[in-house]
Design a protein around this ligand. Sequence first.
Ligand code: NAP
Length: 297
Amino acid sequence: MSLIDGKAIAAKINEESRLAVAELQARGVTPGLAVVLVGSDPASQAYVRSKDAMCQKLGMYSEKYELPAETTQAELLARVRALNTNPAIHGILVQSPPPPHIDERAVVEAIDPRKDVDGFHPVNVAKLTLGDPDGFVPCTPLGCQRLLIESGIETAGAHVVVLGRSMIVGKPLALLLMNKGRGGDATVTVAHSRTRNLAEVTRAADILIAAIGRPEFVQVDMVREGAVVIDVGINRVAAPESPKGSKLVGDVAFAEVAPKCRAITPVPGGVGPMTIAMLMANTIESCWRSTGRGRGS
Ligand code: NAP
């Protein structure tokens, strides 16, 4: 069994990003990311701060807006529109979930698709569906695909089972892996809470990707011998033995499942660090495009 070290792979990608930022700066442009948070949810605040800190680490420009929970829909839309026309900003992210009085769909649709580095705007969803590489792909699915590529795990012709069908992870990941090209060409099955004989479905996977938000749901009998397992889940559970009283676990029962796998990601230290690395990479890509040069050109 080999452990897929998301931390090390993310560090490599961040180093590439740092070099790309330096190259862009030499051309007179600095990639800029704006992160907008409405309300004071502690987990969201931590995410926003870590994104801001990563921008600084890579030499990028960042703007962070921590708006009060009473911010109106109109005020939030006005903030997004101002960022759309700000030439120093190449990526805009509105931290999810917003307070209940905010229509998240409308906010996402207000973001200029060329700055939608989260990849949730309908134009970018359509581009992913069409296999058009000019869009932006959501960061967590992109990070999962990159983990497979960097670990030398062939997806072409492989049977991938994606457990979960959310718009943030499962659905875009299934599209990404079935699209043609490097890190794609897989035969993809998507399973969810209505799937019958779930263990039979997951056991058929060469590559099993769990993204359901249920602590240690995937048990050893659900995994084929020699499978590759990518665990997207991040679940906080009680742990009286830990000084904090809680710990993070994935959607996979790691200790039992790992010995059966060809390769597996840990939680934490697997998919998690990749998400932020891909957000930075998407923002840099948006900056390249603003100069008239895109990825790989
Ligand atoms: P979500 O929106 O709640 O979606 C969960 C999906 O799992 C749904 O499609 C649901 O099916 C399915 N599901 C739930 N219980 C199931 C069961 N018992 N059997 C089969 N399918 C089941 O969650 P999400 O946003 O995709 O996130 C999933 C997990 O990934 C969470 O732990 C989250 O914290 C984590 N996550 C991690 C990162 C990262 O950076 N590593 C990023 C995003 C999310 P239905 O559609 O039928 O309800």
